[in-house]
Ligand binder design. Structure first.
Ligand SMILES: CC(=O)N[C@H]1[C@@H](OP(=O)(O)O)O[C@H](CO)[C@@H](O)[C@@H]1O
Ligand SMILES: [Mg+2]
Length: 542
């Protein structure tokens, strides 16, 4: 390591005094103007991680659904998954080191993680469409090059595309070709193969309206759509030509406000969906004939996908295990439906896809989705081998089911939740099953739910257990929540510090929207009073 060169370069990417940031649920995220030093340092860290793992490492510059003025960065590990937890700590140390300590921190990390410094390093970089992203990704490149790493800058990519590229490179092309073209081809041919039957049967060409949150998803979907246009026609809205990124649109807006985005023309009973700003989340929705809005969130997406997979697994009859992973934000009705009606095992993990992803790896087929629409399906190596074998050897119905599963394996982005890939999976399932959006929605009825945010002086003062469903600290808060929950029917509430915003999140559900809103308000007040609330007290009414 040429530490002198690092010190010299680092001066050009100086850390603002007193700024402390933490590698959170989705990497570093804050106002773009505070991130230059973090980007440079994540370039350095990616080189060390690459040397240690002897693999290509990804760096994605994005702040997903955050406002356009924000930005962020996260590292992607060799198999396309989120950075290992022990390296998140290294990332936090490195980002917060004062200039003069930078060389020592780099040496410390290399020693602690037993990095072989003679090893070559390769880093792949992608960025979203934020105005600040191009310059910030150049700072990542400065960090990579000063430590002698090689890199490939893919420029504009969705987050899941970058994850895909990393895995392709490290699997020596087995997972697919590490190009945007390769991604389009892999997914589109799986989609076309899977839906052949549905579309041969004289079905109309299907159309779907897509709100692209004025983000990268619009660019990539516009490039990709002619690859699958025989089967599906997508109409793009909020494509970034006019509106601001994530402003009054996108998956996060639709899910948290439970209303349609601006800028989309909806027609009664027609399917619409929204991506988030970096296209790793998707939610569906429609207006019924009375103009009432219906949201189909990640939980219902997981249910549709699981029931389709379960049917195919029954057909091939090979005893492969299927599990569904959710977080505490999953609607209680979805969990009940999955467990009691569909009889599939459901597990709850902490918020953040890395937790869901790891749990899902324990099954032959692991379906994971956050309620906000971030999720995918993982197939174990053993399941994949078995399915491929059955697709070749078995006969008739069994073979047909195995072949469908084979295409589904290719259609999912198994590295991370992917709005484009999930959209194609959902469209394929709806077409094959001949389901309308209303029929899908009617699988179960969501319990009314509400999410609120409370500002506190130090959100780390709240700690939780039991997959974030119970508060341990501060004392008395859980007891207060328990007492409030008892007042309502079918009720549930929990609070946790956000990993991406400086707030505490409150979640409540109950038998009616009115009761849910009361419960959410009362729990917010308890947080405000018992956990050091600052600013305005929570107010009743929304
Ligand atoms: C309730 C909620 O939707 N939380 C989101 C949000 O995390 P928080 O830690 O809650 O801020 O951003 C994460 C990253 O995108 C996402 O994984 C997670 O689901
Ligand atoms: Mg996102």
């Amino acid at each position: 390591m040429d530490l002198d060169a690092v010190t010299k370069q680092s001066v050009l990417h100086a850390k603002p005094d007193g700024l402390i940031l933490q590698y959170g649920t989705a990497g570093f995220r804050t106002k773009a103007e505070h991130l230059d030093h973090v980007m440079f340092r994540m370039g350095l860290l990616a080189v060390l991680r690459s040397k240690q793992t002897k693999s290509a490492i990804g760096v994605m510059v994005t702040a997903s659904h955050n406002p356009e003025e924000d930005n962020g960065v996260k590292l992607v590990d060799p198999l396309g998954e989120m950075l290992a937890a022990s390296w998140e700590e290294h990332a936090t140390c490195l980002a917060n080191a004062e200039e003069e300590h930078l060389p020592r921190v780099l040496v410390d990390i290399s020693e602690k993680a037993a990095v072989d410094l003679h090893q070559d390093a390769f880093v792949v970089i992608g960025r979203d469409t934020r105005p600040s992203s191009e310059k910030l990704s150049q700072s990542v490149i400065d960090g990579v090059t000063v430590l002698g790493g090689q890199f490939h800058d893919y420029g504009l990519l969705t987050t899941p595309q970058l994850h895909y590229m990393v895995f392709c490179r490290n699997s020596k092309g087995q997972y697919g070709k590490a190009t945007v073209e390769g991604y389009y081809q892999k997914l589109s041919s799986a989609f076309v193969e899977l839906t052949k039957q549905a579309f041969c049967s004289g079905d109309d060409r299907r159309t779907l309206r897509v709100d692209c949150a004025n983000g990268i998803g619009a660019l990539k979907l516009a490039e990709m759509r002619h690859y699958f246009s025989q089967g599906l026609s997508v109409q793009l809205f909020n494509d970034g030509t006019k509106g601001k990124l994530n402003h009054l649109c996108g998956a996060d807006f639709v899910k948290s406000h439970q209303k349609p985005p601006q800028g989309i023309e909806m027609r009664a009973n027609e399917r619409c969906c929204s991506f988030d700003g970096d296209a790793d989340r998707i939610v569906y929705y429609y207006h019924d004939a009375d103009g009432q809005f219906h949201l189909i969130d990640g939980d219902k997406i997981a249910t549709l996908i699981s029931s389709f997979l379960k049917e195919l697994l029954l057909e091939i009859g090979d005893g492969l295990s299927l599990g569904v992973v959710q977080t505490a934000y999953a609607n209680g009705s979805s969990t009940r439906y999955l467990e009691e009606v569909m009889k599939v095992p459901v597990y709850c993990t902490k918020t953040g896809v890395k937790h869901l992803h790891h749990k899902a790896q324990e099954f032959d087929i692991g379906v994971y989705f956050e309620a906000n629409g971030h999720g995918t399906v993982l197939f174990s190596k053993a399941a994949e081998t078995k399915i491929k074998q059955l697709a070749k050897e078995s006969e008739d119905e069994k073979r047909k089911a195995a072949k469908m599963l084979e295409s589904i394996i290719d259609l999912f982005n198994q590295t991370i939740g992917d709005a484009i890939s999930d959209m194609l999976v959902i469209e394929a399932i709806l077409a094959l099953k001949g389901l309308t959006v209303q029929q899908w929605d009617a699988l179960y009825t969501d319990l009314p739910n509400r999410q609120l945010k409370v500002k506190v002086a130090d959100r780390q003062g709240i700690s939780t257990t039991d997959a974030e469903r119970q508060v341990v600290r501060p004392p008395g808060l859980q007891e207060a929540i328990n007492a409030l929950v008892k007042k309502y029917r079918l009720s549930r509430a929990f609070v946790r510090p956000s990993g991406t915003e400086d707030i505490v999140r409150v979640y409540a559900e109950a038998d009616s929207q009115e009761n849910t809103d009361s419960l959410a308000y009362e729990v917010s007040l308890a947080v405000f009073q018992l956990a050091g609330g600052i600013g305005e007290r929570p107010q009743r009414g929304f």
